[in-house]
Design a protein around this ligand. Structure first.
Ligand code: NI
Length: 165
């Protein structure tokens, strides 16, 4: 299992809801978390590892503190307020940063890895990260939030790299 990068078509695919909490799901979450921490990422969506299921994981503070992983299965945003602009990157879009406007405060609902319903109130980087990861589940990348010009420049750069091999 590895982190898929643009232009892999899995990243444009809308992920399907998780219907059973089983051993396969636990293994998938363990692998996702391993890959995320290895890559020094703060969040990861299942499509990024090639599985079109509605699962996101994140840990926005481990670079300063202890690891504290949150797993959210079938997440939905039930409340969103405010606006915040920040520079975002993505493990699936290497060497790219884009200024993106997000909601500042969120209430998100979903299931934890055992299938228990959870509500999360998030703000700041965590709120941004959750929106970024839910975007992934809907087939949306940070490239879709920036100008055509910026997107096309990146696409051309990647095309050239792919041609070179
Ligand atoms: Ni991402």
């Amino acid at each position: 299992m590895n982190i898929h990068t643009y232009p892999d078509p899995i990243l444009k695919k809308k992920a399907e809801p998780v219907v059973s909490i089983d051993g396969g799901l636990q293994r998938l979450i363990n692998n996702m978390s391993k890959l995320m921490y290895e890559a020094w990422g703060i969040g990861l969506a299942a499509n990024q590892v090639g599985v079109a299921k509605r699962i996101i994981i994140f840990d926005t503070t481990y670079r300063e503190k202890e690891k504290d992983l949150t797993v959210l299965i079938n997440p939905t945003i039930v409340l969103a307020e405010g606006k915040v602009v920040s520079e975002e990157g993505c493990l699936s879009v290497p060497d790219f940063q884009g200024k993106i406007t997000r909601e500042e405060y969120l209430k998100v609902r979903g299931l934890d890895r055992r299938g228990k319903p959870i509500d999360i109130d998030a703000e700041g980087l965590t709120a941004i990260c959750i929106q970024h990861e839910i975007d992934h589940l809907n087939g949306t990348l940070i490239l879709d939030h920036v100008s055509h010009l910026k997107r096309n420049l990146y696409r051309r750069k990647i095309d050239k790299l792919l041609k070179k091999g």
